[in-house]
Design a protein around this ligand. Structure first.
Ligand SMILES: [Zn+2]
Length: 353
């Protein structure tokens, strides 16, 4: 891995290369953007650029206090090429075993980041670097910090230990306490362009051929996570079932609610996984409604199987889409998954009456 391996965020790579080379790196960043677009990968690459030992060009000190002396003299990378990817430090960051690197995130069975984890992270950051000159900590899923954990982190954000770099990664800045946001430089990541996403889908073997990858990329809203989900057989099946339900009038709200709930709940214990599946199910419902809307406003040729669009369909579909967006927000606010889905199904069906 090196900066060259980051796909779809070339402008940010160029900006951070420049900032690191000039010694202008800040102490605390908040990376925000949809899930599955490479924010965490980018943060790890930035950590490597700072901790890499395979370079003659000194990585600069966080805080913009100017460049420092080179860590080692051997050069395995180009002058501004970020991490070498092969030195012991790079390998250890990749394996999450580097003593000056920490990456914490939300466990699958939790919905809040516990304060104890944060206290451990802060204590670790306060130590002198063990082998290099920097310490780097990445807090993934930062929107899940409990208020207690966030408040505990504030002082560290305000007065970070010397030579430390803190990177918070979140899907939306607005989900963090304003006091946390205001102490970080916010870096916004855009969804991956469809062409880049299609290449990644092929490279990961998620789709078998270029045309399937292109179609999947177009439905995945710039997110590799979303593409992985959509390629699952059970999601394809859900898509067919929901599509059939939306075509029939009146829409059977009970069956629609049950179909969505079953997908999220059946055989799933962890509430975080149920929520992730609920986001996929609602995303898929919104996508199908958008497709029908697109047909209704005449942007697409009417496929022979779509059936005739009833009058007033555009307004009905817009209402239904609004209702799905509300349900997505409710899932993020930890309302009960089946209640949210069943109420949403009832309102979508009513909108389409
Ligand atoms: Zn290296």
């Amino acid at each position: 891995m090196s900066w060259n391996s980051i796909r779809g965020h070339e402008a940010l790579v160029a900006a951070f290369r420049e900032v690191v080379a000039r010694g202008r790196l800040g102490h605390a960043y908040l990376f925000v953007g949809p899930s599955g677009i490479g924010k965490k990968t980018f943060a790890v690459e930035l950590a490597k650029a700072l901790l890499c030992e395979g370079t003659a060009l000194a990585p600069s000190t966080p805080g913009g206090r100017g460049p420092t002396q080179a860590a080692t003299s051997s050069s395995a990378r180009g002058e501004s090429d970020g991490a070498c990817g092969v030195c012991p430090a790079c390998v250890q960051v990749e394996a999450r075993t580097h003593p000056d690197f920490q990456l914490v995130g939300l466990a699958d069975d939790r919905h809040e980041f516990p304060i104890e984890e944060m206290q451990k992270l802060i204590a670790h950051l306060a130590l002198k670097p063990a082998r290099g000159r920097h310490r780097v900590a990445i807090v993934d899923d930062a929107e899940s910090l409990s208020t207690e954990a966030a408040n505990c982190f504030l002082k560290t954000l305000e007065e970070p230990p010397p030579d430390s770099l803190l990177i918070l990664v979140a899907t939306g800045a607005e989900r963090l306490l304003p006091t946390i946001r205001s102490r970080c430089q916010i870096i916004r990541f855009a969804p991956l362009p469809a062409s880049v996403l299609a290449e990644l889908i092929l490279a990961e073997g998620i789709a078998e051929h270029a045309e399937a990858a292109r179609r999947l990329a177009e439905a995945s809203e710039g997110s590799l996570d979303q593409a992985r989900w959509l390629a699952r057989p059970e999601v394809e099946q859900l898509q067919r079932q929901v599509d059939d339900l939306l075509r029939s009038r009146p829409v059977d709200c009970v069956v629609l609610g049950q179909t969505l709930s079953r997908f999220c709940e059946e055989g799933v214990k962890e509430s975080a996984v149920k929520r992730e599946r609920a986001r996929v199910a609602l995303g898929l419902l919104a996508d199908l409604l958008r497709r029908r809307l697109s047909i209704a406003v005449g942007q697409e040729a009417v496929p022979p199987m779509s059936g005739r669009m009833p009058a007033g369909e555009v307004e009905s579909l817009v209402d239904a889409l609004d209702r799905v967006l509300v349900a997505e927000q409710q899932i993020d606010r930890w309302l009960q998954v089946p209640l949210v889905l069943e109420a949403c199904a009832a309102d979508v069906a009513r909108s389409l009456e």
